[in-house]
Design a protein around this ligand. Structure first.
Ligand SMILES: Nc1ncnc2c1ncn2[C@@H]1O[C@H](COP(=O)(O)OP(=O)(O)OP(=O)(O)O)[C@@H](O)[C@H]1O
Length: 268
C-alpha cells in the first residue's frame, strides 16, 4: 500500500513586497507517496520554486499544513526544521553550489562532515555515489576541473549522501545543454530505482516532464492539473548506461525533443 511522504493541505504563501501583498501559493492540496517521481511544471512565476522551498522547509508558508514523513511541520522551531531537513531531504538546484576549494569526493561528503560525522564513515558511501553518477575516477577533481554536467552529477551525489527519503530538485538541468541534461534526467530515474528515493523535480523541460510517471501543473499559485500517466520508467539499461558513462553527456538529443519547454506546450 502506498505511504504518503509529503502531505500538503491548503498551502498558502504570501510575500509582502514594497507594501503590496503577493499571494504566490493560493491553497495547494497535494499528497506525494513514498517512491514517487513527480515533475512540477507550469509557467514562469506560477509558484513552483516557492512550493518546493516550502515543502523543503527552506521557506515558511503563511497558511495551511505540511506533513513530511509523518511529521507536521507547522509551528516547529527552526532548529527542529533543520534537523528534519537534514535527515529527510536532499536538494539539487540549477546552480550546484559546490565548494570550489574542495574536491568532488569532499563535496559529496560535505553534508555529513558538517554534521560532525567522520571522513572514515562517510568516504565509502561518497565513493559509491560518485561511481553511481559515473564519476568514480574523478573524486580528486575540484569543481573547476569538471564540466558543468559533471559538477551537477557531483551535486546529485552530494544530495544523496545522507540517504534522504526525498530529493527536491529545482531546474537541475536548466543550466546544461540538451545531451548533458538527458544523461542527468536518466540519473534521477536510476536513483529512484536504486535507492527508492522520492523525487520532486521542478522543470521546464518538456521531454523530461513527459517521461515522469506523474506531472503536477501549477498556474497562478494553484494546481491546475495532476496527471498520473502510468508510464513505465525509462529502460533500466539506458539509465544504467547514462550513470556509468561520462561520454553520455555528449550524446545527441533524442528524437523526443528534449530541451523544449513545458511552457511552450502550455501556450501552443
Ligand atoms: N522573496 C520573495 N519576495 C517577493 N516575491 C517573491 C519572492 N519569492 C518569489 N516571489 C514571487 O513569487 C512568484 C512565484 O515565484 P516562483 O519562483 O515560485 O515561481 P516559479 O514558478 O518557480 O517560476 P520560474 O519557473 O520562473 O522559476 C513570482 O512572481 C516571484 O516574483
Amino acid at each position: 500500500m502506498a505511504t504518503p511522504l509529503v502531505v500538503v493541505e491548503d498551502l498558502r504563501k504570501m510575500f509582502v513586497h514594497m507594501g503590496r501583498e503577493l499571494h504566490v501559493l493560493r491553497g495547494i492540496d497535494l499528497t506525494i507517496e513514498q517512491g514517487e517521481v513527480v515533475a512540477m511544471v507550469g509557467q514562469s512565476g506560477a509558484g513552483k520554486s516557492t512550493f518546493l522551498h516550502c515543502i523543503g522547509t527552506l521557506d515558511m508558508p503563511t497558511g495551511g499544513r505540511i506533513k513530511l514523513a509523518g511529521e507536521d511541520l507547522t509551528n516547529l522551531s527552526s532548529s527542529k526544521l533543520a534537523s528534519i531537513r537534514n535527515r529527510t531531504i536532499g536538494f539539487v538546484f540549477q546552480f550546484h553550489h559546490l565548494l570550489p576549494e574542495f574536491n568532488a569526493l569532499e563535496n559529496v561528503m560535505m553534508p555529513g562532515l558538517i554534521q560532525g560525522r567522520s571522513r572514515k564513515e562517510l568516504e565509502p558511501m561518497a565513493r559509491t555515489l560518485l561511481s553511481e553518477v559515473g564519476l568514480g575516477e574523478r573524486g580528486t577533481h575540484r569543481p573547476g576541473e569538471l564540466s558543468g554536467g559533471e559538477q551537477q552529477r557531483v551535486a546529485l551525489a552530494r544530495a544523496l549522501v545522507l540517504s534522504p527519503k526525498l530529493i527536491l530538485a529545482d531546474e537541475p538541468t536548466g543550466n546544461l545543454d540538451t545531451g548533458t541534461s538527458e544523461a542527468m534526467h536518466q540519473l534521477f530515474f536510476e536513483v529512484n530505482r536504486k535507492h527508492g528515493t522520492t523525487i520532486v523535480v521542478v522543470t521546464h523541460n518538456l521531454a523530461f516532464a513527459q517521461s515522469m510517471p506523474r506531472v503536477v501543473r501549477m498556474r497562478d499559485g494553484r494546481i491546475e492539473a495532476d496527471e498520473r500517466r502510468g508510464a513505465s520508467l525509462p529502460d533500466a539499461s539506458t539509465a544504467a548506461a547514462a550513470s556509468v558513462a561520462p561520454a553520455a553527456e555528449g550524446a545527441p538529443a533524442s528524437s523526443r525533443g528534449a530541451g523544449a519547454t513545458v511552457d511552450a506546450a502550455d501556450n501552443p
